[in-house]
Design a protein around this ligand. Structure first.
Ligand SMILES: Nc1ncnc2c1ncn2[C@@H]1O[C@H](COP(=O)(O)OP(=O)(O)OP(=O)(O)O)[C@@H](O)[C@H]1O
Length: 328
């Protein structure tokens, strides 16, 4: 369990309002060192506001925050020195080349000339940008810009990195490259605070996920824990013969049959006991099944059930998710 590690981010009673509008209504967050924590929520839920508060860009109205061991109220500079932020608005300067952008960051972090050049070359190499180093980022693809942006963030060797929607708008392949980079950082001990519109991204990367809605954290846990919060899991039995389907439909009360597909859905949370019970029933009744698959709810189902709205990018991501389902 990751919770027994020290907290890289600990926030309690975080509050923020804009005029009459309460955005954060007293939220608590704990992120263990060297883990990925993902904050999800519908549009306007306050994800960016949370990132801005935790990264010292704006002030909360209330609550206490510690980041990388520094109390944010007492030592904002200490927090700033330990974190990196890549936001929806990138820090990349289009008038400089990719390499010059990195060298500028090295200067800002007071690295000496030699060290700055060494780190720049290393980061260009790491993000596969060496060939593009002498070009202006305006010539880069969206994915290359994001990689440059992340590389610039890494120049300061941050212990905690806030990634606000790091892969929005990227094609699936480039998104995967970013995921790899994020995983490498975590393997190196960095803590990642991630907001994303893609539930699949949270599912892939996050050790823990929190769902923000109407100013509160409405659910928090591992991806599996969240999926277990809602019903929707089922076993799907596939038959070669309609007579077998008939018999199975009579055997399992509460099942739903799909005659066209010669399939039967039986509600189940997919645990070993219920699976064994179904197999025993099939055996006793001598019913021949062509195949059996276990379906557990995905994060989209959880999001919809808990917020009453589909995830912002649900439709956009549907193509990819469908692809993923078929290769499983
Ligand atoms: N500077 C501001 N002044 C007034 N209202 C603001 C300000 N910044 C954000 N808000 C409001 O606070 C709410 C939360 O905004 P925030 O950007 O944190 O949401 P989000 O969860 O990041 O949304 P998205 O997924 O659209 O980026 C929104 O209703 C937004 O309109």
């Amino acid at each position: 369990m990751t919770l027994d590690r020290p907290a890289a981010i600990a926030a309690t009673g975080l509050r923020k309002a804009y005029g009459e509008q309460t955005v954060l209504d007293g939220i608590d967050l704990t992120v263990a060192e060297g883990t990925v924590f993902s904050l999800l929520g519908p549009n306007g839920a306050g994800k960016t506001t949370t990132v801005q508060i935790l990264s010292t860009l704006i002030q909360a109205d209330g609550g206490s925050i510690s980041v990388a061991g520094h109390d944010l109220a007492a030592d904002a500079d200490g927090v700033r020195g330990a974190i990196g932020v890549t936001g929806q608005f990138s820090a990349v300067d289009n008038l400089l080349t990719g390499e010059e952008n990195l060298l500028l960051m090295a200067d800002l972090h007071h690295l000496d000339r030699h060290e700055g050049r060494r780190r720049t070359a290393e980061l260009l190499e790491r993000f596969d940008l060496t060939d593009a180093a002498a070009k202006a980022p305006s010539m880069y693809s969206g994915g290359m810009r994001r990689k440059l942006d992340l590389a610039m963030t890494l120049m300061g060797d941050p212990k905690v990195i806030f990634l606000d929607e790091p892969t929005t708008g990227l094609d699936p392949r480039t998104r995967r490259t970013m995921w790899e980079a994020i995983r490498e950082l975590v393997a190196g001990g960095v803590t990642i605070f991630l907001t994303t519109q893609y539930l699949e991204e949270a599912d892939e990367l996050a050790d823990r996920i929190a769902l923000l809605d109407h100013g509160k954290i409405v659910a928090e846990g591992t991806s599996d824990e969240l999926k277990r919060l809602i019903p929707g899991g089922h076993l799907r039995l596939q038959f070669d013969d309609p007579a077998e389907l008939d018999q199975a439909a009579r055997t399992f009360a509460g099942s739903t049959r799909d005659d066209a597909a010669l399939a039967l859905q039986i509600p189940s949370d997919g645990d070993v006991h219920s699976l064994r019970a179904v197999l025993d029933h099939l055996d006793v009744a001598s019913i021949e099944v062509a195949s059996l698959t276990v379906h557990t709810p995905d994060l989209d189902d959880v999001f919809l059930a808990l917020t009453g709205r589909p995830a912002e990018a649900a439709e956009e991501a549907a193509g990819e998710t469908a692809e993923k389902e078929t290769v499983r």
